[in-house]
Write a protein that binds this ligand. Structure first.
Ligand code: NAD
Length: 354
């Protein structure tokens, strides 16, 4: 397994491999860049086929967090961690304590949060060994999903303004794929704003709940991507935009919470060529991390929900800036977002980030 010549290696500042024989912990923590502050990012517990796959994921995801925090103007760098193995078999107090100690060994250079396979309870166990944990209820704000949904809602508003020239969503149709933690809250915001909903989920109970609550129409899960709608909001899977789906996409806007929506980077350009406005995923889904930033910590003011929500609503302005840049330069919105983030990487966060 190579590290420095790995295709996903991007001059990451630190890559820490850690293990604990007693609990079976095998973990990697990657810090991509810390010029803006400590590296904040989730811990993913996943049964990777090989160590190489785990390394690839942690290098890629930590780099992504650098971009996300920079564009959200947060005083953080990019970091991520992975625990390798079958979470159903391996989860134990000893393992999460060992992970907490591994995080602590970096002395605050990495702050761990939730990701796939990790619950708030697991984070709480890590927090017995380290102070460098974000997103737990004690002193923290807990589940980031409602905040993420709020940011996606404002992102959709920005995309509608830019692409359709409208300041409101009244009467517009939004197709929402995935009615989980984020999707269900997003539907509530959209319905409140007068949007018509078409929804799909693999779980029919979730679908029924949204039908009952908001009078949504439904489509089979395999059809929602191609709905006749003003906005397609992917809130389930990644890699939803690929050569095949591009042929059948109807909506002029793609704006949702799912991570890594583009199957490959070139699909950003393909969306642009088809006249479809894409709200880059890591910009529109930053509400959760912005909210976490506002959580109560020693030396920080108490959590102020109104302030956090105001900050999250700022995703609207950031996206408008990205859309304008893309238009001016004749580039994909995904490239414009990367470019803007790269400009901010090494700049200290401005006052608003405090
Ligand atoms: P979740 O697991 O709670 O919900 C996902 C939902 O999608 C589930 O209800 C699932 O049944 C459904 N689904 C899966 N495959 C589907 C398919 N083919 N068609 C239709 N529905 C399908 O996840 P979540 O927390 O709501 O996150 C949704 C997406 O947003 C993920 O990609 C996640 O990485 C991303 N995201 C979430 C947050 C957050 O705060 N939760 C933050 C940033 C990004």
């Amino acid at each position: 397994m190579t590290v420095f010549s790995h295709p996903e290696f991007d001059n990451h500042e630190k890559v820490l491999f850690g293990s604990d024989a007693e609990s079976g912990l095998k973990a990697i923590i990657a810090i991509h860049l810390s010029a803006r502050g400590p590296a904040l990012g989730g811990c993913r517990f996943w049964n990777y086929g090989t160590d190489e796959e785990a390394l690839r994921d942690v290098l890629r995801l930590s780099r992504g967090m650098t971009y996300k925090s920079a564009l959200a103007n947060l005083p953080y760098g990019g970091g991520k961690s992975v625990i390798i193995g079958d979470a159903r078999k391996l989860k134990s107090e000893a393992l999460f304590r060992a992970m907490g100690r591994l995080v602590d060994s970096l002395g605050g250079a990495y702050i761990v949060a939730e990701d796939v396979g990790i619950s708030v309870e697991d984070l709480e166990v890590m927090a017995r060994e380290t102070d460098h944990v974000a997103g737990i209820p004690e002193g923290g704000v807990g589940d980031p999903s409602p905040a993420t949904a709020y940011g996606v809602y404002h992102g959709i508003r920005a995309a509608v303004k830019h692409r359709l020239g409208r300041d409101d969503l009244n009467g517009l149709t939004v197709a929402v794929q995935g009615l989980g933690q984020v999707g269900q809250h997003l539907c509530a915001y959209l319905a409140e704003a007068g949007a018509r909903l078409i929804v799909a989920d693999l779980d029919q109970e979730r679908v029924q709940r949204i039908v009952d609550a908001h009078g949504a129409k439904t489509l089979p899960a395999g059809e929602i991507t191609f709905a006749q709608a003003d906005v397609f909001a992917p809130c389930a899977l990644g890699a939803i935009i690929d050569d095949a789906s591009l042929e059948r996409l109807q909506a002029p806007i793609v704006a949702g919470s799912a991570n890594n929506q583009l199957s490959e980077a070139r699909h950003g350009e393909a969306l642009r060529n088809q006249g479809i406005l894409y709200a880059p995923d890591y910009v529109i889904n930053a509400g959760g991390i912005i909210n976490i930033h506002h959580e109560t910590k020693p030396g920080r003011p108490p959590y102020d929900k109104a302030k956090a929500l105001e900050r999250i609503a700022g995703i609207h302005e950031t996206l408008l800036e990205i859309f304008s840049l893309a238009e001016r330069e004749g580039i994909a919105t995904s490239h414009a977002a990367d470019r803007l983030a790269e400009q901010r990487f090494r700049a200290p966060p401005n006052q608003a980030a405090a």
